[in-house]
Design a protein around this ligand. Structure first.
Ligand SMILES: Cc1cc2nc3c(=O)[nH]c(=O)nc-3n(C[C@H](O)[C@H](O)[C@H](O)COP(=O)(O)OP(=O)(O)OC[C@H]3O[C@@H](n4cnc5c(N)ncnc54)[C@H](O)[C@@H]3O)c2cc1C
Ligand code: FES
Length: 366
């Protein structure tokens, strides 16, 4: 018995050492030289091999969505790699469905460019641009949520659909040694092409939100790229239900602005969740939308109102407010933004109210 255990131990030790040596060799010794990436059977890039496909493309101004900044934890950076990627890696598996794997879909942040590759990406990604800007306004909306207005300073204009997001870059700062980027929904109207508004919450220990909340001031330079995303106002005349918690307000504000700017006449109700009264914000704007839009109702709901709030509105979580307030009806669209658990319970309750999955659109923020 002892001999078997020793043999297994020795073999595992050798395997681990070899794996380690291979990783070190890959990082420090491997020189892959120039590689060719053919995109959509059309464009051809000659690149230096050895980096992730995601960073290689970004280095060539082709911006693939990436909400986690390449950490392999968001699944946003999927693209089709028809040749040159090697077998699927363990770090990709939790984000790739069986259908993805059959269709050569891969996580571009996880695979390295070691061979010539043939890839497919959506044509609209060629419209994604990198922008330079300056912080024109930075102000607190609540004690944990900031409003930023970033004015574009490099002479470019941004075109996006109401509801889409961009990726904001944080440079290294004390406590963060790398440049990182994260996804933030655009909160402004599509008619403003020379600035964008963002609504950014503070996450304890979070790299980018610490940069925004503790290091970024009015007048500072910023860089961002975009637009991205398939969460945006659909071209239809269905009644709408909007649901957001906290910073999920951002893309809904952009959608409401779009409806106002374009005189879109659709019935809409917006359920907005916060903990207590001090976590509510932009109430004046919501009142303005109620006055100015064709048929719009704003319903704030507090999950933990304080005694001094004297709250006589809805109390409870947003999915519960939907269960209590919404009538059953067919043919409506829903737009949801916020945490994954909130979105999952809201979707469940919307389905019970007669919504169909193809008309429920959402962006999960985590
Ligand atoms: C499409 C999309 C749009 C988004 N739009 C917005 C927006 O408009 N406004 C906004 O504030 N955020 C938005 N986010 C979230 C944002 O991209 C970041 O994830 C968030 O700001 C945290 O970044 P960080 O670098 O500070 O935290 P990280 O350094 O990435 O994370 C630090 C730790 O906090 C955890 N964490 C990450 N996010 C959260 C969270 N929201 N709550 C609690 N814990 C968290 C992580 O798991 C990790 O353990 C959006 C995300 C997506 C995918
Ligand atoms: S960038 Fe997030 S998983 Fe690849």
């Amino acid at each position: 018995m002892m001999t078997i255990l020793i043999t297994v131990g020795v073999i595992s030790g050798i395997a681990t050492t070899l794996a380690l040596l291979l990783t070190i060799a890959d990082v420090y010794i491997a020189n892959y030289g120039e590689k060719k990436i053919i995109i959509n059977d059309d464009k051809e890039l000659i690149v230096e091999g050895g980096s992730s496909l995601l960073s290689t493309l970004v280095g060539n101004n082709i911006f693939i969505p990436s909400a986690c900044g390449g950490k392999g934890s968001c699944g946003y950076c999927k693209c089709k790699v028809n040749s040159g990627a090697g077998p699927v890696l363990a770090t990709e598996l939790s984000y790739l469905t069986e259908e993805d794997q059959r269709n050569n879909v891969r996580l571009s942040c996880q695979i390295k460019v070691k061979e010539d590759m043939a890839i497919e990406i959506p044509e609209e990604l060629f419209n994604v641009k990198q922008f330079k800007g300056v912080v024109e306004i930075s102000k607190d909306l609540t004690d944990k949520i900031k409003f930023l207005r970033l004015r574009i300073t490099d002479g470019q204009e941004i075109s996006f659909k109401a509801g889409q997001y961009l990726q904001l870059t944080s440079p290294p700062y004390p406590g963060n040694k790398d440049e990182v980027y994260r996804a933030y929904s655009i909160a402004s109207s599509t008619k403003h092409k020379d600035y964008i508004d963002l609504i950014i919450g503070y996450v304890e220990g979070g790299i980018l939100t610490t940069y925004v909340h503790k290091h970024l001031s009015e007048g500072d330079d910023v860089t961002f790229n975009g637009p991205y995303g398939d969460f945006y106002l659909q071209n239809s005349d269905s009644d709408m239900v909007m649901v957001a918690v906290g910073t999920g307000m951002a893309p809904i504000r952009s959608i409401l602005q779009e409806m106002l700017d374009k005189g879109i006449e659709r019935k809409a109700v917006f359920f907005f969740g916060a903990r207590s009264k001090s976590d509510l914000f932009m109430l004046d704007e919501m009142e303005m939308f109620e006055r100015e839009l064709y048929d719009f109702k704003f319903i704030p709901t507090l999950s933990r109102p304080k005694d001094e709030d004297n709250w006589d509105g809805f109390t409870g979580r947003v999915p519960d407010a939907i269960a209590d307030y919404l009538e059953e009806a067919p043919n409506r669209e829903a737009y949801l933004c916020g945490s994954a658990p909130m979105i999952e319970s809201t979707v469940k309750n919307l389905l019970l109210k007669g919504f169909t999955e193809d008309k429920i659109f959402y962006d999960k923020f985590d």
